[in-house]
Design a protein around this ligand. Structure first.
Ligand SMILES: O=C(O)[C@H](O)COP(=O)(O)O
Length: 206
């Protein structure tokens, strides 16, 4: 099996548990997050998937998830490239606020727009559109060429940086991708053809 591209959102973080807008803040995984990442490794191991390279963000929750997966498949020393281009979208002034408190303060509808519109950013932060504008050039110049030359590539990143990738890979509109929720620690396994089109896709849900 080759030309696999596996995307996985980090396991539950401490700020996910506390229901805080996280963005570029850097909490680590909770115990549940560690278990989710280990489980992701087990599932990939059951499928006998081995990688040629791994990519992750510069944030601890994604790097920790990546490391646990690689340990789980017996590749703890695999080349792992960390780049800010794969970071979560910057939540700007919302960073650190509790999501329920923000709904009370700004109204349910406004918070939903900040979280799930395609091109309206939260104050001082990034929209999904501007997130995609930094994720996709990196994907196209660094990650995709490695898959196209026949390698298997793991990307351990974040809800919104992965949404940007999925939008591109699956040819989704802005509206379609914002409706897609990504579970923590659930690998999505794509097999691509030599032109980068999806041959098959499997979501490794429990
Ligand atoms: O940064 C965050 O708070 C989360 O990782 C993603 O948040 P969202 O569900 O609002 O996109």
């Amino acid at each position: 099996m080759n030309r696999l591209l596996v995307l996985v959102r980090h396991g539950q973080s401490d700020w996910n548990l506390k229901n805080l807008f996280t963005g570029w803040k850097d909490p680590d995984l909770t115990e549940r997050g560690v278990a989710e990442a280990k489980r992701a490794g087990e599932k990939l191991n059951d499928m006998r998937i081995r990688f040629d390279v791994a990519y992750t963000s510069v944030l601890v929750r994604a790097q920790h998830t990546c490391r646990l997966i690689l340990e789980g498949i017996g590749q703890p020393d695999l080349e792992t490239i960390c780049d800010q281009a794969l970071n979560e979208r910057d939540y700007g002034d919302l960073t650190g606020l509790n999501k329920d408190d923000a709904r009370e303060k700004f109204g349910e509808e406004q918070v939903h727009i900040w979280r799930r519109s395609f091109d309206i950013p939260p104050p001082g932060g990034e929209s999904l559109k501007t997130t995609a504008e930094r994720v996709l050039p990196y994907f196209e110049s660094e990650i995709l060429p490695r898959v196209l030359k026949g390698e298997n590539v793991l990307v351990a990143a974040h809800g919104n940086s992965l949404r940007a990738l999925i939008m591109e890979l699956e040819g989704l509109s802005g509206e379609e991708i914002i409706a897609r929720e990504l579970d923590t620690g659930v690998p999505i396994v794509y097999r691509l053809d030599e032109e980068g089109k999806i041959v098959d896709k499997e979501v490794l849900q429990d």
